[in-house]
Design a protein around this ligand. Structure first.
Ligand code: IMP
Ligand code: MG
Length: 237
């Protein structure tokens, strides 16, 4: 009799662990409920683009870029930090000669809205003169960051200058900047995962998801938005 109870208890414990594991796993097919992180109960992430779709789309983009520049060495310039996974996957799907470098910028604003004032915080290691450069960015939002980067890069006389953005939020655009290669057009929602962050968190999620912040945090965030820009300096990527 005791053994039966023990077996029953073990089975129940296993079931509970399994339910918890699925709801905490970094999303994907097996995650029917939004992801929540311990200690961040007022935030949740709902999957928008699964890791499978991302992988498939990046393969297509890599082939398209290579087809446009057949036989040419390609120099990928990743915008830190949001574009790291995109660049890593894009580079590895790309046949032929590929090199890469990174640049970092910071923009003033709160955690979900950029003010559009951009400054360089880390420059490239090497010259891009005469190279076929693909700027690799996580997301085109207002387009201010990319406009700033393209103006810098153009002065350095690359042979070709193109933009690859994993995500594009065309509704939010304040500039004429367009990406030559876009992974996914998304609605005007704040997204995290696959490199994209909220206050430096969620970059490690394998999928891209929409972040929902609870009421308390939203109010705080709105207040912060109206604070002096210099106090809210943050890494944009
Ligand atoms: P911009 O508004 O196009 O200049 O975008 C600047 C940067 O803001 C992007 O490179 C991202 O790092 C960040 N960003 C814009 N939209 C989002 C978002 O929905 N989630 C996370 N980061 C974002
Ligand atoms: Mg970025």
């Amino acid at each position: 009799m005791n053994k039966l109870w023990l077996r029953l208890a073990l089975r129940m414990a296993r079931a509970i662990v399994s339910i918890q594991f699925h709801s905490m796993s970094p999303s994907g097919k097996n995650n029917p409920v939004p992801l929540r992180v311990a200690g961040r109960e007022d935030e949740s992430v709902r999957v928008l683009i699964s890791r499978e779709r991302i992988r498939k789309r990046i393969k297509e983009l890599a082939r398209k870029i290579r087809a446009d520049f057949q036989g040419e060495p390609l120099h990928l310039v990743g915008v830190l930090k949001g574009a790291v996974f995109f660049l890593a996957d894009l580079a590895r799907q790309m046949p032929g000669e590929v090199s890469f470098d990174f640049i970092a910028v910071s923009s003033y604003g709160d955690e979900t809205h950029s003010s559009g004032q951009v400054r360089l915080t880390r420059d490239l290691d090497s010259s891009i003169e005469g190279k076929t450069v693909i700027v690799v960015e996580d997301i085109l939002d207002t387009g201010m960051t990319m406009q700033y980067l393209l103006s810098i890069f153009q002065q350095r006389k690359p042979k070709h200058l193109r933009v690859a953005a994993l995500l594009d939020k065309p509704e939010r655009r304040l500039t004429a900047v367009q990406a030559d290669y876009v992974g996914f057009r998304i609605p005007n929602e704040f997204v995290v995962g696959y490199g994209l962050d909220y206050a430096e968190r969620y970059r490690n999620l394998l999928d891209v998801g929409v972040l929902t912040i609870g009421k308390a945090r939203k109010k705080k965030s709105a207040r912060r938005k109206h604070k002096k820009a210099a106090n809210d300096d943050r890494a944009s990527s």
